[in-house]
Each structure stands twice: as structure tokens, then as C-alpha cells.
Design a protein around this ligand. Structure first.
Ligand SMILES: [Zn+2]
Length: 157
């Protein structure tokens, strides 16, 4: 159920169907600024119930990720990293509480694990077995780990 209901152009407001692996370009004005619109009302009801029976990692929110059937995939366990309450920074920043998201607990200790997990899962679901990404470091490591988990062969630059 996670496919977007439609894509909406941020420039002209045009709505068009989501098509996996088709470049996201507005068919009316050719802008590349398209936003995916999901069935947020259904997802909101599930969130308010606490998402029972869901994984504790990012796949907990699979309803708003671009996969048709996440249960059919061996998903890379990204996300679900802890939030730490800062005792020192909240007063300095003028807030009651400030939390830090600690991504060191991800599979490669990088926030790039999340994008790698979704991208590799979507590529696998779409039958894509080869891809190339540009990276200066941690994205390449995250994609390599996600690909290894998925058994895919991808190239890195
Ligand atoms: Zn447009």
C-alpha cells in the first residue's frame, strides 16, 4: 500500500501518477520539484494506534515508503536509532527539551543507511540489479552494506 497516491508539482500544482523508475519530472511544466502524496489519513489512524506489530526500525513507517510489498523483501534493518535527551543544550537553545538522534547505532553508523535501505529495496522490488551512485564515503558504505544484504551487485563511483 506504500505507493504514493500521486506526485504533485511544487511549481505549477499539477498532479500526476507515481511511476517507479521513471524520472520525476512534471508533465505540465517540466519542473523536477515533485512531492509524493501518500494516503496520510489511513497512516495517521495507524500511528494513533501506536503501529502495533511493526518493526522497531524505519520499516515501521513502510506505509509512506515507495514499496508495493515490503513483506516480500529481506529489508535492510536501518533506522530505529536512539534519541538522547540533552541536559545541557535545551536551556542554551531556549527549549524545555532537546534530543539528539544517535545514528551511530545504524548498520554502518551513518544516517545514509536509511536512504540506502529504501533505495535498494525499491530497486530490488523493481527488478533493478545494477546501479551506480556517487559518494565521498558513507553513502557508498551504506549502499554496499544494503546491497550485500540484498544480494545485489551495484557499482560505486
Ligand atoms: Zn509543474
Amino acid at each position: 500500500m506504500a505507493k504514493p497516491k500521486f506526485l504533485q508539482c511544487a511549481v505549477c500544482g499539477n498532479q500526476q501518477p507515481y511511476e517507479p523508475f521513471v524520472p520525476a519530472i512534471c508533465k505540465k511544466c517540466e519542473s523536477q520539484w515533485l512531492e509524493a502524496s501518500y494516503d496520510y489519513e489511513t497512516f495517521k489512524r495507524d500511528i494513533l494506534r501506536g503501529l502495533p506489530g511493526r518493526p522497531t526500525n524505519m520499516w515501521r513507517f513502510q506505509d509512506v515508503l515507495p514499496l508495493s510489498d515490503p513483506s516480500a523483501l529481506d529489508l535492510y534493518p536501518a533506522g530505529g536509532t536512539p534519541l538522547w535527551l540533552s541536559q545541557r543544550f535545551a536551556p542554551k537553545l531556549g527549549h524545555d527539551r532537546v534530543y539528539f538522534k544517535d545514528e551511530r547505532y545504524g548498520p554502518t553508523s551513518s544516517f545514509k543507511d536509511r536512504q540506502a535501505a529504501v533505495a535498494v529495496a525499491a530497486m530490488n522490488e523493481g527488478g533493478v540489479r545494477e546501479a551506480v551512485i556517487a559518494s565521498t564515503g558513507n553513502a557508498a558504505v551504506a549502499f554496499a552494506a544494503a546491497c550485500a544484504r540484498a544480494g545485489s551487485n551495484f557499482g560505486f563511483l
